[in-house]
Design a protein around this ligand. Structure first.
Ligand SMILES: [Zn+2]
Length: 80
């Protein structure tokens, strides 16, 4: 474990920009930060590890508050 305060190198995540942003039909209040938000960010979930008998879908998405960066919703595509 690195000492507290020391930067941990994770450049691939830090440098990555949000791939998609969606404008809401009308403003809503984020349940996490209580800010009025007019857009949400969408982060793709890409399956990187799975048991070979798994029937879980390959992809999904997370909806993230652009203000506090907390996850508002997450789902797997086609998951019944
Ligand atoms: Zn928020």
């Amino acid at each position: 474990m690195p000492p507290i305060g020391q930067a941990v190198a994770e450049p691939s995540f830090e440098d990555r920009e949000v791939e998609a942003e969606y404008t809401l039909e009308y403003p809503v209040i984020c349940p996490c930060c209580d800010q009025v938000i007019k857009v949400v960010e969408v982060v793709r979930l890409l399956r990187t590890k799975v048991h070979f008998t798994s029937t879980l879908p390959r992809r999904g998405r997370m909806i993230v508050c652009p203000s506090c960066n907390k996850v508002l919703s997450a789902e797997l595509a086609g998951f019944a």
